[in-house]
Design a protein around this ligand. Structure first.
Ligand code: AMP
Length: 147
């Protein structure tokens, strides 16, 4: 049975836990794979959101998606990076949260994703919610209910 305390955290809105868009490294769908690889390498993030020019979420891009695309039979074809676009290699099947969603939905989705993109009601990108932030919130909740 779910206790009242647990129901409170599960029903909590996610908005205050979101890392806001201006703090999130992203690439644009029309960017070259060369630029995207620079962003991924410099930031050290395993994957970043892909947005269009109107700041709408288009997908996710990881270093692996780029390197797989330029992997030749005998060598990595770095010279192709400039001519490949982010939209050609990104993953478009993205699990995302709406800014009005609750912690319960975030918890369900974050099991399979290190972070989740969050979108505003008008479809623009609001930011991300990371597994780290969700675990910290859960830890706070569990410890405060220990005694
Ligand atoms: P962390 O919780 O910091 O370990 O982040 C987990 C993943 O979320 C990272 O590997 C990135 O893919 C993504 N991420 C976290 N913070 C940011 C950020 N500020 N900008 C872009 N992606 C991020």
């Amino acid at each position: 049975m779910i206790s009242l305390n647990n129901k409170a955290i599960l029903d909590m809105p996610i908005a205050e836990l979101v890392i806001s868009a201006e703090k999130v490294a992203h690439v644009q769908s029309g960017n070259s794979a060369e630029h995207a690889l620079l962003v991924l390498t410099k930031t050290g993030y395993s994957s970043v959101p892909v947005l269009d020019v109107k700041y709408r979420l288009q997908g996710l891009l990881s270093t692996k998606m780029i390197t797989e695309e330029i992997l030749g039979l005998e060598r990595i074809e770095y010279d192709r990076l400039a001519s490949i676009k982010v939209e050609d290699v990104m993953d478009q099947e993205v699990a995302y949260l709406k800014i009005t969603d609750t912690f319960r939905r975030a918890l369900d989705l974050v099991i399979n994703h290190a972070f989740l993109c969050v979108i505003e009601e008008d479809g623009t990108f609001a930011g991300i919610m990371t597994r780290r932030v969700i675990l910290k919130q859960l830890k706070k909740h569990i410890y405060s209910n220990e005694f």
